[in-house]
Write a protein that binds this ligand. Structure first.
Ligand code: SF4
Length: 316
């Protein structure tokens, strides 16, 4: 599965006090479930339109909160990934055939949800000649034509294929997100077949070919990195002029996944964010529940350069 810093275990979504590994969750990772029927509305709509979401496939801890505000992140190109990343719960194996009408169904869902900013991600499809880039482009255009919403893509690395990356750039999403997930020392363990330099090169290419386009990257903290290693990565991101940075707590989806190395306290997220802002990112959002698609509409830098999302959960 490509770039998902959106991993959790089912326990935290329900406020249970322990993780699948038996470790007790710290108090800052427990939340009340939101009230209202927005969650039901979103679920029914997703089912009706036969869509996949990373919210469900990656067991995101924010699902009750996002879905209750009628927000979701669409996952295209099927629900089976060609990469065996150690942090991700999306099913692995033989991928499915592309569904020609998926772009239209994503656009219809965005319309019915009333989304003004639509986030589209995918499984990694190393089996396809273009990695699914054309399908991404079709989804971007379909959403824009049907809703007029801004579009954010959270893409795989397309094996570094410049033509595939350009196909997505040419469809002109407002935000091009590619998550680095972790520091280079942990890549083999965490991201399997991904390459740190290849991911940086992708983001650099986007910015070079379309400087107006907002580039965005995210990392999970608490998976074994050191703070020094993290800031080496942030420096690399600034070297390629990455605009938006998201930092969230890694949570193991199941006992079979990489265990959490450390629960990073909220104050430490705040300190890291303050230091990261000094490096020159236009937006930095950091906190235990932050995922790259969480309140993504509020992370987009405005003309004034002041996003309104501060990393807190306004829906909890
Ligand atoms: S943070 Fe993203 S992946 Fe998680 S529930 Fe919200 S929209 Fe879905």
């Amino acid at each position: 599965m490509q770039s998902l810093s959106v991993i959790d275990h089912p326990a935290s979504a329900s406020g249970s006090p322990s993780s699948p590994s038996g470790r007790r969750l710290p108090p800052w990772l427990k939340r009340e479930l939101p009230a209202g029927n927005g969650n039901h509305f979103t679920r029914s709509l997703i089912e009706d339109l036969r869509l996949e979401t990373v919210c469900e496939s990656a067991r995101c801890p924010n699902k009750p909160h996002c879905w209750s505000r009628r927000s979701a992140t669409f996952m295209i190109l099927g629900n089976v990934c060609t990469r065996p990343c150690g942090f991700c719960s999306v099913p692995k194996g033989k991928p499915e055939l592309l569904e020609e009408d998926e772009p239209a169904r994503v656009a219809e869902a965005a319309l019915r949800l009333g989304l003004r900013h639509v986030v589209i991600t995918s499984v990694t499809r190393d089996d396809l000649p273009d990695g699914g880039a054309d399908h991404f482009a079709r989804c971007i255009r379909a959403v824009r034509e049907k809703t007029g919403a801004t579009v954010e893509v959270l893409t795989p690395d397309f094996l570094g294929d410049p033509a595939a990356i350009d196909t997505v750039i040419d469809a002109a999403p407002e935000v091009f997100n590619h998550n680095l997930e972790t520091v280079p020392r942990l890549y083999r363990k965490v991201r399997g077949r991904a390459e740190y330099r290849r991911s940086l090169d992708l983001l650099e290419r986007v910015k070079r070919r379309a400087p107006h386009l907002i580039t965005k990257a995210g990392l999970m903290l608490g998976i074994g990195e050191t703070v020094e290693e993290l800031f080496d990565v942030l420096a690399d991101l600034r070297t390629i002029d990455c605009d938006v940075l998201t930092l969230g707590q890694y949570l193991a989806p199941t006992l079979k996944h990489i265990p959490v190395a450390r629960f990073v306290p909220p104050e430490e997220f705040d300190d890291i964010a303050a230091r990261a802002r000094k490096l020159g990112f236009r937006t930095v959002v950091a906190g235990p529940f932050i995922r790259s698609s969480y309140h993504a509409d509020e992370m987009v830098p405005t003309e004034e350069g002041v996003p309104h999302h501060d990393g807190t959960d306004s829906t909890a």
